[in-house]
Design a protein around this ligand. Structure first.
Ligand SMILES: *[C@@H]1O[C@H](CO)[C@@H](O)[C@H](O)[C@H]1NC(C)=O
Ligand SMILES: *[C@@H]1O[C@H](CO)[C@@H](O)[C@H](O)[C@H]1NC(C)=O
Ligand SMILES: *[C@@H]1O[C@H](CO)[C@@H](O)[C@H](O)[C@H]1NC(C)=O
Ligand SMILES: *[C@@H]1O[C@H](CO)[C@@H](O)[C@H](O)[C@H]1NC(C)=O
Ligand SMILES: *[C@@H]1O[C@H](CO)[C@@H](O)[C@H](O)[C@H]1NC(C)=O
Length: 630
């Protein structure tokens, strides 16, 4: 199968970047690889809930093609329940309103999608969208519809075009539907299928074959991840997609309670996976993405191997512009409630974390400010081409406000402060475990290295643990503060916490290998003695006292550094990052001097030469993104 022609924006970017010849992934051919970049596009959910129809979808697709496709937004995705008849009594978890075909497969609601008549399904719509240079996407639910099971429809065997027969008998929907595994948030809609039997797989195969025949390029499969995690069905779908000659992006949802450890088990089978619950236009939703995106960056999940290419932690759609509400029977009718600072913060974090960017607002009402925000060239470049993306924990900040003149200056904001080590559970595990990632250095003085467990779990600072090292920067001793003679020991207590995490012991500090720890480049803290790796977890699940001034860093293809400041406080803050700290994290390769040139992306302001530190006053809930060359 030949690679599809590249849209010209991508060709341009490729050649511009290749000129710098610093690309981590080699040739421009390699660049064209499937899902090499996190997908961008438009999704109907935030503006139409489930009631989008063909006309409004096409109107949005036209604007997408005209205004956003030149910036890489290429997927036009119809979100959930396109098969539900939009009539009185139908809603998101209603029963009995779904259009299903003779084989129990969802079929577009003919009232809303008239071009699907005569068994055409979405093929006409996909054709039109392809003709505009876009890609066609749909949302689907896991498994099989409750209606198909109750109707006991036959299962299509796509090899014969006839009902599926095995062991000399015909199998039907009731044989495969797992009635005890209905979707938790849509119990009247869908249930899992038994994929341990041939008929279950045959049903799923008949679904995805049909989507490929329609010309679908993107499937967002819901109720299969996060709290509804079904590893087997995800892998089966992934395998079925690989059987097809049409490459289809596999996106999975929902993202509630997703951790890097959970994602590790499935990321290689998919292209994008949600890592949070639904994101709407309120500050709480936006700010809830900081910790989780940081943990996925620290666990090296950004752009990890995925289905036919790479996989991307997905922070959910951008609910800007003209919107509706979650799950209602109503189209767009209200403005986004985020301030423009909050919207920029969301755009900047999504870009720094290389999340897929799916615009959610009704494009027919796209205003110039929103357009320029979501097509900001520097952010889009960061979103696709930067590397070394991670949270940067060494920022300092102070409140800027008249009432608050006595606020203390320069408190490190690099990690959550826990009053006692009691709030934290240390563990030992195999170094391949994602939980073991994420340790990094803090600031140094002559003798001590303050440690920040910052990247995965922002939990420990020097206030909690003192690290002393004799052999400078190679081996550490980990002692508990206020307990002068208790060092983390690599021997393991008999008490086991969970299946694979072992509880380490603290014992009298002695300078022997049992109590020596080494930090590798991956951010593993390895016992010199047992070669097990240290983990840390908060015992109190909810970490609410997180730093209010946060920052992310990434590097570009020409040796430039991107530094984003985020102020999650309710007042303005003067945020500072020291160039020496940037050097500690990124290395001398990126920072050769203490004087850097620096441009702020949102304002375009050129700070020309900054020395030793980068400081800026950031609005409440706002962001600043610096492009820095040192
Ligand atoms: C990952 O998969 C393995 C093997 O199936 C399983 O034992 C483990 O519990 C899974 N981990 C998570 C977090 O789901
Ligand atoms: C939006 O931008 C376009 C193109 O630059 C311009 O023609 C139009 O007048 C602008 N609209 C508003 C409301 O500023
Ligand atoms: C370094 O750690 C030692 C041992 O805990 C402590 O006594 C000393 O005060 C620390 N030094 C600094 C500069 O914090
Ligand atoms: C912000 O902090 C920096 C670093 O101390 C300082 O030089 C600068 O004057 C401060 N700016 C404001 C507006 O307070
Ligand atoms: C910013 O100003 C410095 C010094 O005048 C200059 O070297 C640099 O090229 C400028 N950067 C941009 C992006 O204009």
């Amino acid at each position: 199968m030949g690679a599809p022609p590249l849209p010209s924006w991508r060709r341009l970017l490729c050649s511009a970047l290749l000129a710098a010849s610093l690309l981590p992934w080699g040739t421009s051919e390699a660049n064209e690889k499937f899902s090499e970049f996190s997908p961008r596009g438009w999704n109907s959910y935030d503006s139409f809930s489930w009631i989008v129809d063909e006309n409004t979808y096409m109107q949005n697709a036209e604007i997408l093609a005209e205004k956003l496709l030149p910036h890489g937004y290429e997927y036009a995705v119809i979100d959930y329940l396109w098969y539900r008849n939009y009539v009185d009594g139908a809603y998101t978890d209603s029963y009995g309103f779904d259009n299903i075909d003779e084989w129990g497969r969802p079929f577009p609601d003919l009232q809303r999608f008239p071009s699907s008549i005569n068994d055409k399904g979405f093929s006409q719509l996909a054709n039109k969208v392809h003709g505009m240079g876009l890609k066609f996407g749909i949302h689907i639910m896991k498994g099989i519809s409750v209606q198909a099971v109750n109707g006991n429809t036959p299962i299509l065997d796509i090899k014969t075009g006839k009902p599926y027969i095995e062991d000399a008998r015909q199998w039907t929907a009731r044989d495969i539907g797992l009635t005890d595994r209905t979707c938790a948030w849509m119990p009247h809609g869908f249930m899992s299928v038994n994929i341990d039997i041939g008929a279950g797989k045959a049903f799923l195969r008949s679904l995805y074959r049909q989507y490929a025949d329609w010309g679908v390029d993107f499937v967002k499969v819901d109720c299969i991840f996060g709290t509804d995690y079904d590893r087997k069905e995800i892998i089966t779908i992934s395998e079925l997609l690989q059987e097809l000659d049409r490459p289809i992006i596999l996106s999975i949802s929902p993202g509630t309670e997703v951790t890097p450890a959970l994602a590790k088990n499935i990321s290689q089978y998919v292209n994008m996976y949600r890592i949070t619950g639904d994101d709407w236009d309120n500050w709480k939703d936006v700010s809830s993405h900081f910790d989780v995106s940081s943990s996925f960056a620290a666990a090296n999940k950004i752009g990890a191997t995925g289905l036919r290419g790479r996989s991307w932690p997905d922070l959910d759609m951008l609910p800007f512009g003209w919107l509706t509400n979650a799950g209602v029977n109503q189209g767009p009718h209200r403005k986004c409630e985020l301030t423009s600072d909050e919207q920029r913060t969301q755009m900047a974090l999504w870009s720094m974390a290389k999340s897929p960017l799916m615009y959610g607002g009704d494009l027919r009402h796209l205003d110039n400010d929103t357009l320029s925000m979501i097509t900001n060239p520097a952010l889009l470049k960061i979103n696709h081409y930067s590397i070394n993306n991670m949270e940067f924990h060494h920022v300092y900040s102070e409140r800027i406000s008249k009432e608050d003149e006595h606020s203390s200056r320069f408190k490190p904001q690099d990690a959550v402060h826990l009053p006692k080590i009691d709030g934290v559970a240390l563990g030992l595990t195999a170094c391949s475990d994602d939980k073991a990632n994420g340790w990094n250095y803090g600031m140094q003085d002559d003798k001590n290295i303050s440690f920040c467990l910052g990247k995965t779990k922002p939990l420990l600072t020097s206030d909690d643990i003192i690290i002393q090292n004799e052999e400078y920067q190679t081996k550490f001793h980990l002692a508990i503060v206020d307990s002068e003679d208790a060092c983390l020991d690599a021997s393991v207590s008999q008490r086991r916490r969970s299946s694979d995490i072992k509880l380490p012991m603290f014992s009298r500090c002695r300078w022997h290998a049992m109590q020596m720890w080494e930090l590798n480049e991956k951010g593993n803290l390895i016992s010199s003695y047992s070669r097990l790796c240290a983990t840390v977890e908060s015992k109190n699940k909810v970490v609410t006292t997180g730093a209010v001034a946060r920052a992310w860093i990434a590097t570009g293809s020409k040796g430039e550094i991107y530094l984003a400041f985020f102020n999650t406080d309710s007042m303005s803050r003067n945020i500072t990052a020291r160039i020496s700290d940037l050097r500690k994290v990124l290395g001398k390769k990126f920072i050769r001097k203490d004087t850097c040139s620096c441009t702020e992306v949102w304002s375009g302001r050129n700070f020309s030469f900054v020395k030793d530190e980068i400081s800026a006053v950031v609005n409440s809930h706002g962001s600043m993104v610096f492009e820095i060359t040192c």
